[in-house]
Design a protein around this ligand. Structure first.
Ligand SMILES: NC(=O)c1ccc[n+]([C@@H]2O[C@H](COP(=O)([O-])OP(=O)(O)OC[C@H]3O[C@@H](n4cnc5c(N)ncnc54)[C@H](OP(=O)(O)O)[C@@H]3O)[C@@H](O)[C@H]2O)c1
Length: 337
């Protein structure tokens, strides 16, 4: 049995999902020959630490009740960065909020973990969109892994698929729907003829869009993902600010109706072709595999050997994202000697 100690930094939606999966899939992981123990959970105002292993069901109960501070291992005011340095663990799961301006607090967390010779698994786009090559070099220098499957298209396998199943291929171009919230809004506009504002309101009411939806509707989230894809899969040195970006706020029902009449849907498409990288609304033929509805994501990779490969799936969600994180954790544990 291979064992690993895991720390979760940022105990919000995804952090909680990771803890739930560690609990619900314990037996399945053991069948795969892997035993994971959770040794620390960090929030903004303190951390729970137990190097013998935190009982996950008790932890989840306290989290649901908003009473993490009542845990016997709660260390008030212990900063995440100190816990990352000090707690004896193998893998740091960094799942704090994405910030594409500074990358913080994730950037410092990830850099500190790598410098402390701890493997990192993250769903946080900010640090990778801003400092991809620096972080990859840091991981290599410290002889540890940095894995980020969950940063792009949540539960859909993209990086692991290219690394493994498409290992001998060159990725020539990438095109896809990388943001579920905007896809939901555009799909509603296409299906019902409502305005952007009405579809956004619906998305907010359903918990699909945040109160401040700028990251999604202005294409910021998709641009961060395009940056990570270009750097990780195509060996580019693309900076996030160099992605040409147009959001969906200006799209009007008349435009959608005209597209529909001509056999197209308007989709927010992230694309890397030649030396150009962009996020913008594009016309996609109604029968095209990228024309997926609702909150789905779809990604088309054009490769030299396998030609077009298309992945469709859920780009976000607590358990879907946890699935990608746990798969990265497993890859790390299985590859350890
Ligand atoms: N949700 C998804 O479906 C999804 C999918 C793919 C990728 N992601 C990415 O995954 C990350 C986490 O997403 P989420 O939905 O779980 O966000 P979230 O619910 O906001 O959770 C983030 C947590 O991190 C905490 N935090 C902030 N600063 C911290 C610090 N210095 N130390 C420790 N904890 C800190 C936040 O506390 P406060 O609330 O007190 O600030 C919050 O509890 C984000 O980067 C997001 O872009 C999310």
């Amino acid at each position: 049995m291979k064992e690993a100690r895991v720390m979760i930094v940022g105990f919000g939606v995804v952090g909680e999902g990771v803890a739930e999966v560690l609990d619900s899939k314990k037996k399945q992981l053991e069948k795969l020959g892997v035993k994971l123990s959770l040794v620390a959970v960090c929030e903004k105002d303190g951390c729970i630490v137990d190097e013998k292993g935190i009982g996950v069901s008790e932890l989840l109960k306290l989290k649901k009740a908003g009473e993490l501070q009542k845990h016997s291992g709660w260390k008030k005011k212990m900063r995440s960065v100190d816990a990352i340095r000090e707690v004896d663990c193998d893998i740091v799961v960094e799942v704090t909020p994405t910030n594409v301006e500074s990358g913080e607090p994730g950037l410092t967390h990830i850099a500190t973990a790598l410098d402390s010779k701890k493997h990192v698994v993250t769903s946080n786009k900010g640090p990778l969109a801003l400092k991809f090559s620096e972080l990859v070099e840091k991981a290599e220098k410290n002889n540890v892994e940095l894995k980020y499957e969950a940063t792009v298209c949540g539960g859909m396998p993209v990086f692991n698929m290219v690394e493994n199943a498409l290992a001998s291929n060159e990725i020539k171009s990438i095109k896809g729907i990388l943001n579920g919230t905007t896809n939901f809004i555009l799909s509603r506009m296409h299906e019902t003829g409502v305005t952007f504002e009405v579809a956004l309101k619906e998305a907010k009411e359903m918990g699909i869009a945040e109160e401040k939806p700028d990251y999604d509707v202005k294409g910021i989230d998709a641009a961060a993902k395009i940056t990570i894809l270009a750097n990780a899969l195509m060996g580019r040195k693309l900076a996030y600010k160099d992605v040409k970006r147009v959001g969906i706020e200006e799209i009007i029902p008349e435009g959608i109706a005209l597209a529909k009449k001509s056999g197209f849907a308007i989709k927010l498409i992230g694309e890397i072709t030649g030396d150009k990288a962009s996020v913008s609304p594009q016309l996609i033929p109604l029968g095209h595999p990228l024309n997926v509805g609702g909150t789905l994501n779809a990604l088309m990779l054009e490769t030299d050997l396998a030609k077009e490969v298309i992945v469709i799936g859920r780009g976000a969600g607590k358990i879907e994202t946890a699935s990608a994180i746990i798969s990265d954790v497993l890859e790390i544990v299985k590859s350890r000697k």
